[in-house]
Design a protein around this ligand. Structure first.
Ligand SMILES: C[S@@+](CC[C@H](N)C(=O)[O-])C[C@H]1O[C@@H](n2cnc3c(N)ncnc32)[C@H](O)[C@@H]1O
Length: 561
């Protein structure tokens, strides 16, 4: 397991299902010889394009149903189906080497007790590839996501079960529809992806990919988008209906919510209150005129009026508020996509970035660090925010770290905004610095000298592929006392946490380069004692209700033997 891709995750889920079916046969006294049990049972498979009835027995961590035909152990992968359903599905492809069949969902024959199709709020559900769970009660969705986190650590961490604590309940999103502050619908070119000089002769479908197909499904509206994003979608579709003749190629349309916050007291003329954001903040682009009244969603609270617009210019600026903090971002760069859960989420990271009592290491982990002397460890006073983006964690955690914080991200634009965000949130440069570089370049001699391991906590939030071997190796060399690993791909998170718990990259499936092999270790460090970590807690956060995605937070303590 190296990349945590959907294909890898699906393949492991399918193999586990096949293993458990074979096990059940063996336990039930089936006559198959043990080593024969693993072999696929030779059977005539239904023709491609034919329709079959399937009983859904499992939910894969990719959000699809894993189903069986009566009397067969052949596994079918069928979307928009949940355990307990019997569905009609159309055979799309038999993957002979991988030992499973992909099928398109057609209809429900007998619904699972957990299915209620009146919950579905989108007319494209079960065609569009975006959502998988709209037919399920929200509490049930959260349980399924907890299970996805559990399975990820079981299958991808390569850790014995006793080193993995029980996964805690998934924290839900306050908004379960209308939460996505960013959507990126697209349209294909007049000749698909082939180059052409001919413009469109009519308006192309604009939307998202249908499940299992590579064309574009025309989508008028997406109810998981915020009102501002949905308004932007309508506006962009209307624009394209007029301007399609200007396009000779396909494109992706950015729809990013931006907020201009106006304190109520200021509106009433109290000049002692903070003033509205400066010129240009929260507006469509720096150069564009102020948005028309019908392009603004007004949200009123007791303290302020939020004016929400939709930015479509990749080089424009978007503004979001998270509790008392304000974040400006390059509209086309990464920022978390569900603003409603961010106050809860950042509070959780604040509560966990330091050990439960900051003078003593956690005692709740299964492999708890031991205090060998009565001298308490020093206070943690430094923060390293790796993969910091525009500073979400550096800024929301800054007040906890008297020694200062450093954020690092590979995106120059995000780092420029991170420094400005620190200043917009009244954090002086002495308390928060930012570096635009590969995360692995963080571990300079200066950083090693400044960030005393016992006094340093690290928050990591890498992209879906997780950390690379070089970064993890250097993190182990630095040996910070506490690590909070945030992830949008729990499978690569589990793999990387496994590395930190074992204290070595070797055997993780991560590609090692010269810098991470024994020869690459800095001379004089070869004798250094191996650093390893214990997992204190693991918990999922539901940033994407109605979908099979889950974010996860793992809290780790260095083990001091
Ligand atoms: C999941 S985002 C997290 C951003 C930030 N923590 C937040 O919550 O807003 C991952 C970030 O990793 C950055 N990134 C990707 N590859 C990187 C690398 N090799 N080194 C440093 N940053 C990287 C991306 O630019 C992106 O901002």
């Amino acid at each position: 397991m190296a990349t945590g891709s959907s294909e890898e995750v699906l393949a492991i889920d399918i193999q586990n299902l096949i293993d458990s079916l074979n096990q059940a046969d063996n336990d039930g006294g089936a006559e198959t010889a043990e080593n024969e049990a693993d072999k696929p049972v030779a059977e005539t498979l239904p023709e491609q394009g034919s329709e079959v009835d399937l009983d859904v027995v499992e939910l894969a961590s990719t959000g699809e149903g894993l189903a069986l035909r009566k009397g067969s152990k052949r596994v079918y992968v069928v979307p928009f189906a949940v355990p307990g359903d019997t569905v009609k599905a159309k055979v799309y492809r038999h993957l002979r080497d991988e030992n499973y069949t992909v099928a398109d969902f057609v209809s429900v024959v007998t619904p699972s007790p957990s299915r209620d199709d009146t919950r579905v709020q989108c007319k494209y559900f079960a065609t569009c590839s975006g959502c998988q769970f709209q037919m399920l009660d929200y509490a049930h969705q959260l349980q399924l996501k907890k299970r996805i986190v559990e399975k990820a650590f079981r299958h991808f961490s390569q850790l014995p079960p006793e080193l993995v604590p029980a996964v805690q309940d998934t924290i839900g999103s306050p908004l379960q529809y209308g939460y996505r502050t960013k959507l990126t619908p697209h349209f294909d070119g007049p000749q698909g992806w082939r180059r052409t000089k001919q413009p469109f002769e009519s308006c192309p479908p604009i939307g998202f990919m249908p499940k299992g197909k590579r064309n574009t499904l025309d989508i008028e509206d997406c109810p998981i988008g915020t009102d501002a994003v949905r308004m932007g979608m309508k506006r962009e579709r209307a624009r394209m209906a007029v301007e399609y003749g200007k396009y000779t190629r396909g494109a992706t349309i950015l729809l990013r919510e931006s907020t201009k916050r106006i304190p109520k007291k200021t509106i009433e003329g109290d000049s002692s209150m903070p003033q509205p954001p400066a010129e240009g903040e929260g507006e469509a682009t720096k150069d564009s005129p102020p948005p028309a009244e019908d392009e603004v969603i007004r949200v009123e609270t007791d303290e302020y009026t939020d004016l929400k617009t939709c930015v479509t210019d990749n080089n424009g600026k978007s503004t979001e508020y998270v509790g008392p903090y304000v974040f400006h971002n390059p509209a086309g760069s990464f920022f978390q996509n569900n603003n409603s859960i961010l106050p809860v989420f950042t509070d959780y990271i604040r509560q966990h970035i330091l050990p439960p009592t900051s003078s003593s290491p956690s005692s709740s982990s299964p492999d708890a660090p031991t205090t060998s002397t009565s001298t308490p460890p020093p206070q943690i006073k430094y923060l390293i925010d790796a993969y910091s983006g525009s500073g979400l964690f550096t800024i929301t955690l800054s007040s906890l770290f008297s020694g200062g914080s450093v954020g690092i991200d590979i995106s120059d634009a995000s780092i420029t905004y991170a420094s400005q965000n620190a200043s917009s949130n009244a954090i002086p440069p002495s308390r928060a610095t930012f570096i635009a570089a590969d995360a692995a370049d963080l571990f300079t001699p200066e950083v090693r000298a400044r960030y005393a391991p016992d006094e340093t906590a690290v928050v990591l939030d890498p992209p879906r592929k997780g950390c690379d071997a070089g970064f993890l190796k250097q993190l182990l060399d630095l040996a910070p006392r506490r690590v909070v690993y945030v992830s949008c791909n729990v499978h690569t998170q589990a793999r990387d946490v496994g590395v930190l718990v074992r204290g070595e990259v070797a055997g993780s499936g991560l590609k090692e380069d010269a810098a991470t092999t024994a020869e690459g270790v800095v001379e004089g460090e070869k004798e250094k004692k191996k650093t390893r970590y214990a997992i204190e807690s693991i918990r999922g956060f539901d940033f994407f209700p109605q979908t099979g995605h889950v974010e996860s937070v793992a809290v780790l303590n260095r083990v001091d033997e």
